[in-house]
Write a new protein. Structure first.
Length: 555
């Protein structure tokens, strides 16, 4: 309906003033109508007329041309034109579906990105939840979405962890890994990483050994060594990490199509950087290979270090080349913390010099740190981190305290909604008590709103009454429902799921006002109102599903 009206307003402006105007209808407060346009103000300077006079002419034409679609056309202020839909047009708008604007496009979404040999922290659960919601939006718009994950199974952090594990195991003794119980594996590796990091910073002899182990890890991957005792420890613990990741992702309802380990992307990146070094994209500097970002207003970064090993930058070059090899994507969306904003600018700028189309098709989204209310920034290096599981446990504890019971569906919904309702970009302060509340803007509140609507519908079956001649409360609810497709389109275009959260909360509030003043069961307009409740519940369920949140019929 919105697009149809925009086209109609543009056509009227063209007819009256022989001028093309881009019309983008907005949603005014309900008292002013269903849509509004500032077309008259846009035209005023070009046409040389008073905007109010232009608005009068446009409004007159719209009344004549769209009498079946518009119940009223009014003018406000200096020349804003407000449009109120007829009942039939409003019902048509309620039935509108989000646009399939991405049909036929291949889209790779990369998010979460934990490193094997380290624990999942709160940032990983945040990006997993946000990445899932964005992927759902892209799929709802018709995109063929491939969800992938990237992590460092090689690199200095692995060298640090391997050093500490060898100390714990009394040397290269893979058989002693059996002493680590399955439930302790992830925590054991996390503690080894912390211990190895401290040794690297405080003990020169240990640092030298860690550097050597780092090279050995690269070498065993290159050689395909799975048999040596050192290699057995490495591959076993790497698999422990992936098993741990999979278990956690299953718990929060996330699943990835593919893991890209750095050991796979590093050789691709190394070869690509060396190839482009010969073509002048990268330069040698003190035995290393760098990209001179300063001439592009960025900074210079090392892509191959003086030991001949690829850095994170080269691995990311290899990653984008690998994703292109596997998917030939139309768009690649990468979601990370905002601490690598400048880093990614340099990586993409370097790729732009030899694969400009890949750089253009890549979108880098960033977010801030996740903290519990009153918390501090986490650091897996120091061991004082907020783990991903800590977030879930905080929600469970808050729900137990508030309701006296455990409800994993509500607790997970609470965490997801608390993250998703905030615009992506800034730091995220997670308040467990607020997140599980059945009052206010929370996931459980919306889950309960859906269950309540389904409970009403379970009491009677809607008839086939024609949807027309709406009373005020009925029309307000329908008007809000009619916004849904537009909100989904906006959230998809901007890659911002918080728009859906805001809308669903507002929708639930509108329904509460409707239900408070309009009896449904037993009213002479029962059949009409049950149809409205059905449409309301369906929109709630669809919106929550896009957010990755369950919509229970009972709570």
């Amino acid at each position: 309906m919105k697009q149809e009206l925009e086209a109609a307003v543009a056509a009227v402006c063209k007819e009256l003033f022989d001028t093309d105007v881009r019309i983008d209808l907005s949603r005014p407060d309900e008292q002013f109508g269903d849509y509004a346009t500032n077309a008259a103000l846009q035209l005023a300077k070009e046409v040389g007329k008073n905007p109010r006079e232009i608005a009068d002419q446009v409004a007159g034409k719209l009344r004549a041309n769209l009498g079946d679609k518009l119940r009223d056309v009014t003018i406000a202020g200096p020349g804003f034109i407000n449009l109120t839909l007829s009942d039939g047009a409003l019902v048509q708008a309620v039935g509108a579906k989000p646009a399939k604007s991405l049909a036929g496009q291949k889209i790779v979404t990369e998010y979460s990105d934990p490193n094997p040999f380290k624990v999942l922290h709160a940032g990983h659960i945040y990006t997993s939840i946000v990445g899932d919601a964005i992927s759902n939006l892209l799929e709802s718009a018709g995109g063929e979405v491939h969800r992938v994950n990237f992590g460092g199974d090689v690199g200095l952090h692995v060298g640090k962890t391997m050093w500490a594990m060898l100390v714990e195991l009394g040397g290269e003794n893979p058989e002693k890994l059996h002493d680590v119980s399955e439930s302790e594996r992830s925590e054991w590796m996390a503690k080894c990483y912390v211990r190895g990091t401290a040794a690297y910073e405080d003990d020169e002899a240990a640092k030298a050994k860690i550097v050597e182990l780092n090279k050995r890890v690269y070498q065993l991957v290159t050689d395909g060594d799975h048999e040596s005792p050192f290699a057995q420890i490495y591959w076993t613990c790497r698999q422990w990490s992936y098993d741990y990741f999979d278990q956690f992702y299953a718990r929060i309802g996330t699943k990835f199509e593919k893991y890209y380990p750095e050991s796979e992307t590093a050789p691709i990146g190394l070869a690509t950087v060396k190839e482009q070094l010969a073509k002048g994209v990268y330069q040698e500097s003190d035995g290393a290979v760098v990209f001179d970002g300063e001439k592009y207003g960025l900074h210079t970064r090392v892509f191959i270090n003086s030991h001949g090993l690829p850095t994170y930058e080269a691995k990311d070059v290899g990653l984008i080349m690998a994703k292109w090899r596997d998917y030939h994507f139309d768009k690649s969306v990468v979601i990370t913390g905002n601490d690598i904003v400048e880093y990614m600018k340099v990586v993409l700028k370097s790729i732009e010099q030899f694969e400009s189309e890949l750089a253009k098709r890549s979108v880098h989204m960033t977010h801030g740190n996740v903290k519990l209310a009153g918390g501090v920034k986490m650091s897996s290096r120091k061991g004082n981190i907020l783990r991903a599981v800590d977030v879930l446990e905080a929600a469970a504890a808050a729900n137990q305290e508030a309701s006296g019971r455990s409800d994993e569906q509500a607790e997970l919904g609470a965490v997801k909604y608390a993250f998703l309702k905030q615009r992506i970009g800034a730091d995220i302060i997670y308040d467990p008590k607020e997140s599980v509340s059945l009052e206010g803007n929370s996931g459980p509140y919306l889950q309960y709103a859906h269950a309540r609507a389904r409970s009403i519908l379970a009491k009677a079956q809607a008839g086939n009454a024609t949807l027309e001649n709406f009373e005020a409360g009925e029309r307000s609810l329908l008007r809000k429902i009619s916004e849904y497709a537009e909100i989904v389109d906006r959230a998809t275009n901007e890659l911002m799921p918080h728009h859906i959260c805001t809308y669903l909360y507002e929708l639930a509030q509108v329904f509460n006002r409707f239900y408070e003043h309009n009896r449904v069961i037993g009213d002479e307009r029962q059949d009409v109102r049950l149809q409205l409740v059905t449409r309301y519940a369906d929109v709630l369920k669809d919106g929550l599903t896009l957010l990755g949140i369950a919509a229970p019929s009972k709570m």
